[in-house]
Design a protein around this ligand. Sequence first.
Ligand SMILES: Cc1cc2nc3c(=O)[nH]c(=O)nc-3n(C[C@H](O)[C@H](O)[C@H](O)COP(=O)(O)OP(=O)(O)OC[C@H]3O[C@@H](n4cnc5c(N)ncnc54)[C@H](O)[C@@H]3O)c2cc1C
Length: 432
Amino acid sequence: MNYEKRITNTMRTEVLVIGAGSAGSMAAIASGKEGRKTLLVERYGFLGGTSTTILDTFYGFYIPGSKNKKVVGGIPDLLLDKLKERKSMLLRPNTYGAGTGVTYDPEILKVVWEELVVEANVDILLHSFVADVVMEEKKVKGVIVVNKSGFTLIEADMIIDASGDADVTALAGYPYDGIGSHIPVQSLTTTFRVGNVDEQHMKTFTKNQMWEWMKEANQSGKYHLPREEGSVHITTLPSVMATNMVRLAIPDPTNIIELSKAEILGRRQALEYFRFMKDYLPGYENSVFLNFSTQIGIRETRRIIGEYTLTKEDVLQARKFDDAIVLCGAPIEDHHNQAGTKWEYLEDGETYQVPYRSLIPKDSVNLLVAGRCLSATHDAHASVRSMGQCMGMGQAAGIAASLAVENQCRPIDVNVEMLQQKLRSYGAILEG
Ligand SMILES: Cc1cc2nc3c(=O)[nH]c(=O)nc-3n(C[C@H](O)[C@H](O)[C@H](O)COP(=O)(O)OP(=O)(O)OC[C@H]3O[C@@H](n4cnc5c(N)ncnc54)[C@H](O)[C@@H]3O)c2cc1C
């Protein structure tokens, strides 16, 4: 079928953002605040991506270790302020793991994202999936969006690919790493929430104890728990706990047949963990199953090949860059099926910078990425993918796209000092 004949609508914008996760929503807000005509396209009926479909805790705002330093600021702070105003946020101090977490109510967050995006004068197109691109040599002239209204061509001066999976970059024919490489992508997790937990009793056991019970349950032959670790944590709601336990590995989470099977197995596994929790964990005897994540959580797929690729050495040696746009002190947290979760930390109190070039697909003309599809090796990605950093990348990409439109230049030719100056004027933290 020649679908081009079916295109009934054409839209035009200055900055087009694909994907409304932590990175994309933040990019759209930043571009809108800079006065650019901005359109945000999202396949679901609400904003937030992984922040509202799967999770409830922002990591990356604070570094782990003895310093508890805050390293993400600027427009992301507006999001935290709004959550705080609505009493839908709490800090979970944590010196190990990924550092202090900002736990929020994901349902309220959907509205908070909308408020910020609308206040920045950004247009939103929900229920819309980007299925193709229209190229003019190396330039992405526009994208083809499919929704219930049919096929729409959206043309833009600058496009920010914040789809998580680098869909636009791949469709445009730019190279990527991740899926298809010799290092398997990280495992997937269906998260779930449990209600009516007795909060007093629940505090009587440690994580290590829970892991021991998981082993014991598996050894009894009566349970099948593929991961004998994982976590359960408090939420902003009374007697409601959230989990990160399920573990599934598939070679390519963008392969829709593999992904469909993973969704089904993920929910099955989640119920098995819930059965274990009710039987083994004090305080969970009368608990009820509340919900699965909207979809299975995907940690890693395509990582673009950018003008710079962030490496493991950059992370562990706390490297600094002239074109820094984001700061990060999160450890390398690598989830794998067989080896379990591998943690590698920076020196206590240290941070590395994320260079602007890692958001620019190599040799591209009018394309930027933001979020987990940035240019990073598998290990570096396992550190920099927290939502705090994704928001930081988003705000930088939004401002950079705006500068590129204003100066009619390619993202690589954007004045980096001007970009950094603007980032600082919003309150972004670039130095640790
Ligand atoms: C199980 C799991 C647990 C994690 N735990 C934590 C945690 O506790 N704290 C933390 O900070 N980080 C955590 N992470 C990492 C973090 O959540 C992600 O790296 C981050 O949210 C990625 O943000 P993003 O904006 O790049 O992508 P996403 O949030 O995935 O956003 C991408 C958006 O694009 C949309 N989209 C995709 N393709 C298209 C298309 N073709 N057309 C239109 N729209 C499209 C999607 O619907 C989505 O809204 C976890 C990740 C997983 C999977």
